[in-house]
Ligand binder design. Structure first.
Ligand code: ASP
Length: 464
């Protein structure tokens, strides 16, 4: 007999079926024992005659059940669940796996449980309906996105995870090379340089559901790795890219509305310059909702006309506002020599309800201008030519004008799922200070591993 999913059982009244899943609850009523059985589709009531087989079965045991699908008397029907009009009269039970008492309740939404505990037992936390819903929503979002990009003629291309350390903005995670002792790979802060090189390679329309890894200082709502819809296009204007991203968000929001109830505040998206945003809202990720209590409204807005660089008093140098590959707006280049702080760039950010969701820009595509910006932000040019030689040289072999963006998938899913932080929409997130409590990472490695890598650990003082 094939397995039937719980939520398909109502179509099989009168038939004997086989179900498999977890025991969610058990209620003993004298001669009868009631189990609620849960599988990925839903939950269903099973009725057993009290017996020595059913006696030991407890919550979260994994069982296989055969029985007849019976309509419940009207007074016993439960309209709150899909299977509420039926129950299974069991005639066979097979225990597939026993379970210890769980460290926490999985029938609630889980917000009341200490997060450290939830993350330590994440594989149990994921059994929770809310988490199942969030991960499924994330899947739907990514599936829709891939189909949308494909329809628009984009090609998904994977770029390496082991790459070279370059000063791109954040700190790199580094990976020692055993085969090349003393040398290190870096994990990519984003596929930025690769996607630009793909444009030089004639791909013209690239995207990737990509992981970006940044060794940044701990902050509650930050993850060492996050997922982006990374995209890049050749021969485009700023408007072309903004329109593409906007169309994607509009269609995606409609596609997900049956699951999220979320609606867009206004379309086309509001547009606001960086200067206006700072003056009116005091920050560059304005929440343009009039009434922030309205939970089901997503207020998207574009922020444009960012400065190219800003002065860092601490470092005594000009820092890129987005990154060093951003193209200044036409006509702004001459200010680079005279008044760099006044140069307006082609950067555009998409914000929603006060969160930054996406940054992008047109890019520099000549060696001359790229070197000029590198110099402006204080890179040692001898070093820079070594570190970015691949990109600078590529620009000398016929680089098309290009630009792109990288919407953050975690944040976007968080907003659609109405969750307070991105950890709730990531299957296996890390804590605010970058630890995976379930795997116990990061962790020490063996002295053999260190030896192979020709690395030595200096004793470091214990973290307070
Ligand atoms: N690579 C950039 C980032 O990760 C986004 C972009 O400019 O496309 O922020």
């Amino acid at each position: 007999m094939n397995r039937t999913l719980v939520n398909d059982a109502p179509t099989k009244i009168g038939e004997v079926i086989r179900l498999e899943g977890w025991v969610q609850t058990r209620r003993d009523h004298g001669k009868l024992v009631f189990l609620d059985l849960r599988d990925r589709s839903g939950i269903i009531q099973i009725v057993f005659k009290a017996s020595k087989e059913i006696d030991p079965v407890r919550q979260e045991w994994v069982v296989q059940i055969e029985g007849e699908v019976k309509e419940r008397p009207e007074s016993m029907q439960n309209s709150e669940i899909k299977t509420g009009m039926i129950e299974i009269s069991a005639n066979k039970l097979t225990v597939l796996s026993e379970a210890k008492t769980l460290p926490f309740d999985i029938e609630t939404d889980g917000y009341e449980i200490a997060e450290e505990k939830r993350l330590t037992y994440r594989y149990l936390d994921i059994r929770r309906k809310r988490l199942q819903g969030n991960l499924t929503l994330r899947h739907r979002l990514i599936k829709f996105t891939r189909d949308f990009m494909d329809e628009k003629g984009f090609v998904e291309i994977e770029t390496p995870l082991l790459t070279k350390s370059t000063p791109e903005g954040a700190r790199d995670y580094v990976v020692p090379s055993r085969v090349n002792p003393g040398k290190f790979y870096a994990l990519p802060q984003s596929p930025q340089q690769y996607k630009e090189l793909l444009m030089v390679g004639g791909i013209e329309k690239y995207f990737q559901i990509a992981r970006a890894l940044r060794d940044e200082d701990p902050r509650a709502d930050r993850q060492p790795e996050h997922t982006q819809l990374d995209l890049e296009m050749a021969f485009v204007t700023q408007e072309d890219i903004m329109n593409l991203v906007e169309e994607w968000i509009l269609k995606l929001t409609k596609h997900l509305e049956p699951y999220t109830g979320k609606k867009i505040l206004s379309e086309p998206f509001a547009r606001i310059t960086y200067k206006e945003a700072m003056e009116k809202y005091g920050n560059d990720k304005p929440d343009i909702r009039k009434n922030t209590k309205n939970q089901n409204v997503l207020a998207f807005a574009w922020v444009t006309d960012f400065p190219l660089v800003e002065w860092s008093e601490k470092e005594k140098r000009w820092d890129p506002v987005h990154h060093m590959f951003v193209l200044p707006k036409p006509g702004q280049e001459k200010l680079l020599d005279t008044d760099p702080g006044k140069v307006i760039s082609t950067q555009y950010d998409l914000v929603c309800n006060g969160y930054e969701l996406c940054s992008g820009s047109l890019r520099i595509y000549t060696r001359e201008l790229q070197e000029k910006v590198m110099q402006l932000i204080g890179l040692d040019m001898k070093e820079a030519r070594k570190q970015f030689g691949h990109l600078l040289e590529a620009f000398e072999y016929g680089a098309p004008p290009h630009g792109g963006a990288a919407p953050g998938i975690d944040r976007l899913t968080m907003l659609y799922a109405n969750e307070p932080n991105i950890r709730e929409v990531i299957a296996f997130p890390k804590t605010g200070d970058g630890r995976d409590l379930m795997m116990d990472a990061p962790s020490e490695i063996s002295s053999e591993q260190l030896k192979e890598l020709q690395l030595e650990i200096k004793k470091v003082p214990k973290k307070k």
